[in-house]
Design a binder for this molecule. Structure first.
Ligand SMILES: [Zn+2]
Length: 293
């Protein structure tokens, strides 16, 4: 009996010792798990099946934010359409903007496609530049370092473990990147079109040219005029690959494919967005395989 009681106590102790980490998206959540190990309990707020700009702010998300010791956000405006009222309503001092338990990952990233001035000419949802940096596997190392530093601040008792986990992770990740970059160097696809500007960081990294987007502007639905212009541009540039994400309608991409002879490939935008992309490595492998095949 005594033994059972002790076991319960120890189990409860280790449960309570965990740092509750909320990540807005799955890729950051996966990195946080690798760095935090057994000391953290990671919850992902936004499912990879949905549009990351417009996650439905369900009450269950509020409950998760109330329990969080650390909130990791993508930033760069990606959560602006759903997260700010939730953070406010959660009324958890630890994770308010600017608090020690609030980590805006975009502050560590060199953002691209920043508009010279904020105007609707750049669409409604990329007013601060392109926030989709996590589709580039080279950004993972930057994110891992920022997470390790933050975890060490809020849980100094385990700082050494976070540092060790980071070093082990980076050693593996650097080897993975060397192999990945070699594979991408052999990628035959050099020109694509995409639905939304989800892959700009990836495309820039691997010298693949984006001929255009199915959306006329980020967040604006396709028009027939824009679609016809895109079809002409694809024909003029010999584009045979359309990058489709999991959450936009697929009708327009299929129509364009039929007119141009291009292939539509569904590319994950976050860990777990498509079958077989449920780890960091599988996620980036799937992006490369589906773009290059
Ligand atoms: Zn976007």
């Amino acid at each position: 009996m005594k033994k059972i009681f002790l076991t319960i106590l120890l189990t409860a102790g280790s449960l309570f010792a965990e740092i509750n980490v909320d990540a807005t998206y799955a890729t950051m959540g996966a990195i946080a798990k690798r760095i935090g190990g057994d000391n953290v309990h990671v919850v992902v707020l936004g499912s990879s099946k949905y549009d990351p700009h417009f996650i439905v702010p369900k009450p269950s998300l509020l409950a998760k934010l109330r329990r969080a010791d650390l909130l990791i956000i993508n930033g760069g405006g990606l959560e602006l359409g759903w997260l700010p009222p939730l953070i406010k309503s959660a009324n958890n001092g630890k994770i308010q903007v600017g608090a020690q338990g609030f980590l805006d990952m975009s502050h560590f990233i060199k953002m691209i496609d920043k508009p010279a001035s904020v105007s609707r000419a750049f669409g409604d949802i990329h007013a601060q530049g392109n926030p989709h940096y996590s589709t580039d596997p080279h950004q993972v190392s930057i994110m891992a370092k920022a997470i390790a530093k933050k975890l060490s601040q809020i849980d100094p008792a385990h700082a050494n473990e976070y540092q060790q986990n980071l070093e082990q992770f980076l050693a593996k990740w650097n080897a993975y990147l060397t192999n990945y970059d070699n594979k991408m160097a052999a990628c035959k696809v050099k020109k694509i079109v995409q639905y939304h500007e989800l892959y700009n960081y990836f495309l820039r990294r691997y010298d693949i040219t984006n001929i255009g987007n199915i959306e006329p502007l980020p967040g604006i639905a396709p028009s027939s005029k824009h679609t016809l212009e895109l079809i002409n541009a694809m024909k003029a540039n010999g584009v045979k690959k359309i990058l489709q994400d999991v959450y936009h309608e697929k009708r327009t991409a299929k129509f364009i494919a039929a007119k141009t002879g291009a292939t539509v490939s569904v590319i994950p935008h976050e860990v777990g967005a498509v079958k077989g992309s449920d780890t960091l490595e599988n996620f980036y492998n799937t992006i490369a395989q589906r773009i290059c095949k």
